[in-house]
Design a binder for this molecule. Structure first.
Ligand code: PLP
Length: 442
């Protein structure tokens, strides 16, 4: 089509905007992980599964705002709900019925969410979940999975970007500060565990159990590799945590999108606290902390002052509440099933292409999520998925090759499907992957 020809050649308006942006943003944008060489693609608008950029190019969107847009762009029920709301005011210090409705929907679906509180981002949700676990247990330290991403709270960041040293991986157990200037005292209180490693989790938690308030775990950590949690690992984590009075926080900011009842329910994890975000805001800023009623009491009860006061100017703002409700109501069990079937078809197709040409790649993921790895064996934990400099370049080349085929594919993170996608969109992705493999292998 004409669009496909133009994609490769015309990026002039984006380049122009990037030049303007460089004068006002320190690195040219406020979006950390988009391709900036030669310029980011500036969006004009979104339509269902597609983005249209300022130069008129069209792209199948497998990023969906970092997995947020489960219905793609411009989903009519969300647009309608928000349009209706705008006439009556957008934020109040007082509560509204809208927040009750979204809370009812979430608590009815997600077993571990007996009670809930809304905030404005996944970062905030994780931060308050960690604080809640500390307040409940009276313990200062946390444990978390090496390499996983949980947002930008200092405690959640420590351990997210670890890399092998000159002599390979160290058997590290305490995190190092994630970034220059982060107090060492923060990282000292962050203990690292290895995903899917049963012995590691038991030994490490036992050694420091009286200091550990919680284990923070994403049931399928995307940046760490988007690997399935092994049942034995979930079992060992649950037993060890219970034995030592350590709470489990399931960070489902991303993986709630896997199933009607969420990822913990899907993988047999019974967390004390759950964080959510992304899809539950229907494309508007949101985060949620949920959990067992007994633990959520730290935020206060009808007759007791909170151990942990929690607020936020835009928390439970009605725009995010009505948008989230409209998006989530459309995510019926059938809608999840349909997305999952499309995801299965895509992952199977990608794996078949890899097998056909004997390429050194593998695919991980579940439901509507997938990630392609430049590794012959699919990773089971972060260290397997870790990309060398050469591999990171290869993944970036893959992403660029997809771009030329009219597809936005994030690299080093989860890619995802959305409900407006159809079989021909999956075919487009599969043929783009075949083209990439053919070009790499010859
Ligand atoms: N936790 C997980 C598992 C995430 O994937 C993310 C975002 O990608 C976050 C937390 C942070 O959410 P936000 O970007 O809304 O602050």
């Amino acid at each position: 089509s004409t669009n496909r020809l133009r994609q490769a050649s015309v990026r002039s308006r984006s380049k122009h905007l990037f030049n303007r942006a460089k004068a006002v943003f320190p690195d040219g944008t406020t979006r950390a992980t988009v391709e900036k060489d030669p310029s980011p693609i500036y969006v004009q608008r979104g339509e269902g599964a597609y983005l249209i950029d300022v130069d008129g190019n069209q792209f199948l969107d497998l990023n969906n705002n970092f997995t947020t847009l489960i219905h793609g762009h411009g989903f009519a029920p969300v647009s309608q709900a928000v349009a209706d709301l705008l006439r009556s005011g957008t934020c109040f210090a007082n509560p509204t019925e809208h927040e009750i409705a979204l809370a009812e929907l979430l608590t009815a679906r997600i077993p571990a969410m007996e009670r809930v509180r809304f905030v404005n981002s996944g970062t905030e949700a994780v931060m308050f979940a960690i604080k809640a676990a500390r307040a409940f247990t009276g313990r200062p330290a946390i444990a978390r999975i090496e390499g996983a991403y949980h947002g930008a709270y200092d405690w959640a960041e420590a351990g997210q970007g670890v890399s092998p040293g000159k002599d390979g991986w160290t058997p590290m157990s305490v995190a190092t500060p994630a970034y220059r200037g982060t107090p060492a005292s923060v990282a000292d209180e962050v203990h690292l565990l290895r995903f899917n490693d049963v012995e590691d989790i038991e030994a490490r938690l036992r050694a420091v159990s009286d200091r550990i308030a919680c284990v923070l775990i994403d049931p399928m950590p995307s940046r760490a590799g988007l690997m399935h949690p092994e049942p034995a690992f979930i079992e060992a984590l649950s037993q060890t945590a219970r034995k030592h009075g350590i709470l489990i926080i399931a960070d489902e900011v991303l993986n709630l999108r896997q199933a009607y009842a969420g990822a913990s329910a899907r993988y047999g994890l019974n967390p004390d606290l759950v964080t959510a975000g992304k899809i539950i805001g229907g494309g508007f800023p949101i985060g949620a902390i949920g959990g067992r009623e007994e633990v959520m009491r730290v935020f206060g009860t009808e007759d007791a002052k909170p151990l942990l006061p929690q607020g936020g100017t835009f928390s439970a703002n009605p725009v995010s509440m009505v948008a989230g409700r409209a998006a989530m109501e459309a995510m019926t069990p059938d809608a999840f099933d349909r997305l999952e079937a499309m995801g299965e078809r895509l992952r199977a197709g990608l794996s078949a292409s890899i097998a056909r040409c004997g390429a050194s790649f593998s695919v991980t993921g579940a439901a509507s999520l997938f990630r392609i790895h430049p590794k012959r064996v699919a990773p089971v934990e972060y260290r397997d998925a870790y990309l060398s400099v050469e591999e990171a370049w290869l993944m970036r080349r893959m992403s660029r090759s997809f771009l030329e085929a009219g597809i936005l594919l994030p690299y080093g993170a989860a890619a995802c499907l959305s409900t407006p996608m159809v079989d021909s969109d999956i075919d487009l992705v599969l043929s783009a992957f075949d083209e990439f493999l053919a070009a790499e292998i010859q």
